[in-house]
Ligand binder design. Structure first.
Ligand code: AHR
Length: 661
């Protein structure tokens, strides 16, 4: 009898341990407003080692299959992961790069010494035209990093003009002579790189002033509005962010942040669990950096107009034996795949402020997607993480909350699980789960809120060893596999995550949306109330008496206005043609906001020059309340309210969609 009781007790203990090890992840689709900017999946390519030369550029005469000198195999692989944006030409190299050396007939281009990276001779055969051709072959947006450290204001200003202007000018004539008639219209421009270090060893006050000065002469041409990226901090340098925000806020659309997870002294595949743990710890620190830098940015920019751009991140080890130490060539193991997944989950979960990230670097340098050796190419475990995570690009962020179990090594602890989720334009819910623990598996139950699933599929990236990697001899050691270790029913989804694994689940289903309004007598047009007064921010319109009330076909500044100091409030209904996710845009000078069904979807408040902000709302077919507020406080006045949705390209909200009762 005693024996039976003991057995029962230990059995019960086992069950309770197993139960207590299950983590419940609440996946809540009830508040779908934030978009995961596709640019979080951006890349970085520098004139460093074999990133550009050999990895991307082989020249038209090469026996390696190429298009205009650019490797076809590399481009095809990058297209598969949908690279959205590519930063170039550095890095440290950018602040020594003189763009005019990289245009015109290649045989006439001057050479230079690449003093930052190996002291090799740079022949400038890959320059502005070649880079823009690469971007067009990949199908991504270019991001130029301008030379502030050793260049001049005129040089950077002329680069913008060369690339973006269609006027008649010496720069555009030069571009045309070099074979490109039309401007490219490049949007993303960096004002220096790591100005606190290789980009000029500046103090933040000086860098802020340089940002103001260089930024002034980087002009908009035609309809293209430059997105200027000021040089931000390294890791936890909060004073840098504070000073830049305080002194150069009006001169930037984005502020960068760099964070590398270093492990000095050992090569990428040479580690034990202590090396695994320390790289996880260094990687996860980025969450604290993003949170604290964001908090500082919030003080100066509460509406989050300025984006945080993590335009360099990744792992950094001792170079592979026999390679040039200045070339930063490293292998890429399962450990790197896990760190990539951690970073991407963190970026997704901070998509309110983080709107671009560029892993360092795309080919043959640091945490690369691709390694090449002559005509051979391999895809690294990190590449496969980008491939699995591409489903989050431009999808609507879904909040996940859970208490992570701990991964313990010796006497230190880290959260074992991280995850993020999003819903794409077709209504599919993607959940990316990462278990950083190399020894223990994790049981997870996903509790879905406001989402009705119909079915689930999954993919997993894992390996038998922490330091498994893909080599030119064995290129498929670490590749994604179909994942089936889950149970799924109408009531829930339970998953078993193996040690050191990345799992991306795809749920087919639909968001449970609130019902639209039933209107008795909808009439075309929206009600506009016009007010006069002096405001520095949007007035709370309730309680104010309008000077005039009229019905307008579309939302626009009332033709009759006092020109200087007035406000308008537009109220009515918008008729949504089909269930789906709708992005609302307001470009205004001065402040404006958009409220749909009592939720503030876009907040573009404050006294400012024309700035466009957007927000997204998932809506059911039918009528929904819409309210737009606007105020004008001297100077220019602009109000454009647009939307984009399923089957609707971005457009000013058309007449037929607005109603009143
Ligand atoms: O990515 C390698 C180097 O790291 C970049 O050139 C520089 O910006 C950073 O320090």
């Amino acid at each position: 009898m005693k024996m039976v009781t003991a057995v029962l007790f230990s059995f019960a203990a086992l069950i309770s341990t197993a139960l207590s090890q299950t983590t419940t992840v609440v996946v809540d689709a009830s508040n779908l407003r934030l978009k995961i900017n596709k640019n979080l999946y951006g890349q970085f390519s520098e004139h460093l080692g074999n990133c550009i030369y050999g990895g991307i550029w082989v020249g038209e005469q090469s026996t390696i299959p190429n298009t205009n000198g650019i490797r076809n195999d590399v481009v095809e692989a990058l297209k598969r992961i949908k690279v959205p944006v590519l930063r170039w030409p550095g890095g440290c190299f950018a602040d020594e790069y003189h763009w005019k050396d990289g245009i015109g007939p290649r045989e006439k281009r001057p050479t230079m010494i690449n003093t930052n990276w190996g002291g090799v001779t740079e022949d400038n055969s890959f320059g502005t035209h070649e880079f823009l051709d690469l971007c067009s072959q990949i199908g991504c947006e270019p991001y130029f990093s301008g030379n502030v450290g050793s260049g001049t204001v005129q040089e950077l200003s002329q680069w913008v003009e060369y690339v973006n202007s269609d006027n008649v000018s010496p720069m555009t004539t030069l571009r045309k002579q070099n074979g490109h008639e039309k401007s490219w219209g490049v949007k993303y421009w960096g004002i220096g790189n790591e100005s606190w270090g290789c980009g000029g060893n500046m103090r933040p006050e000086f860098c802020a002033d340089q940002t103001r000065r260089y930024g002034t002469y980087m002009r908009d041409y035609g309809h293209n509005r430059l997105f200027k990226i000021a040089c931000g901090a390294s890791s936890g340098d909060y004073q840098w962010t504070e000073t830049m925000m305080k002194n150069a806020l009006g001169f930037m659309s984005g502020l960068s942040l760099h964070h590398y997870a270093f492990q000095n002294g050992r090569t990428a595949a040479d580690f034990d669990e202590s090396g695994w743990f320390s790289m996880m710890k260094n990687t996860l620190l980025i969450e604290e950096f993003i949170t604290k830098h964001s908090a500082i940015m919030d003080i100066y920019d509460p509406n989050k107009k300025v984006a945080m751009m993590v335009d360099e991140w990744g792992t950094w080890y001792k170079v592979e034996p026999g390679t040039n130490p200045g070339f930063l060539f490293q292998q890429n193991t399962m450990r790197d795949a896990i760190t990539a997944a951690c970073n991407l989950n963190i970026f997704n979960n901070h998509c309110d402020r983080v709107r671009m990230a560029n892993i360092a670097q795309m080919v043959n340098v640091l945490q690369a997607m691709i390694l090449t050796k002559d005509d051979k190419m391999l895809l690294t475990p990190t590449y496969h993480v980008f491939d699995l995570f591409k489903v989050h690009q431009n999808a609507l962020w879904v909040k996940t909350s859970f208490q992570s179990p701990e991964y313990t090594y010796q006497n230190e602890k880290l959260p074992a699980i991280n995850c993020s989720a999003s819903i794409d334009g077709t209504g599919k819910l993607h959940i990316s789960l990462c278990n950083i623990d190399p020894k223990s598996s994790q049981k997870i139950t996903c509790e879905l809120k406001k989402y009705s699933p119909r079915g689930v599929t999954g993919q997993i990236l894992t390996a038998n060893a922490m330091n498994a990697y893909n080599s030119f001899d064995k290129p498929a050691e670490v590749v994604p596999q179909k994942f089936s270790d889950y149970t799924f029913s109408k009531n829930g989804l339970s998953v078993s995550l193996p040690p050191m694994s990345v799992v991306v689940l795809e749920l087919d289903g639909s968001v449970e949306l609130p019902s639209p309004l039933e209107l008795k007598n909808p009439m075309p047009g929206i009600t506009c109330m016009y007010f006069e007064g002096i405001w520095k921010n949007l007035p709370g319109f309730n309680g104010l008496t309008p000077v005039r009330t009229e019905t307008m076909g579309q939302i626009a500044i009332p033709e009759k206005n006092s020109s200087e100091n007035f406000a308008a409030c537009y109220v009515g209904y918008i008729k949504i043609p089909a269930d789906g996710s709708y992005t609302f845009y307001v470009n205004s000078d001065d402040g404006a906001d958009i409220v749909i069904d009592d939720n503030v979807v876009v907040d573009n408040d404050g006294q400012h020059a024309p700035v466009e902000l957007s927000g997204t709302e998932v809506l059911k077919t039918g009528y929904h309340k819409i309210k737009v507020g606007f105020f004008q406080a001297g100077g220019g006045k602009v109000l454009d309210v647009a939307l984009e949705g399923p089957g609707l390209p971005k457009q000013i909200i058309p007449k037929g969609m607005l109603f009143h009762e």
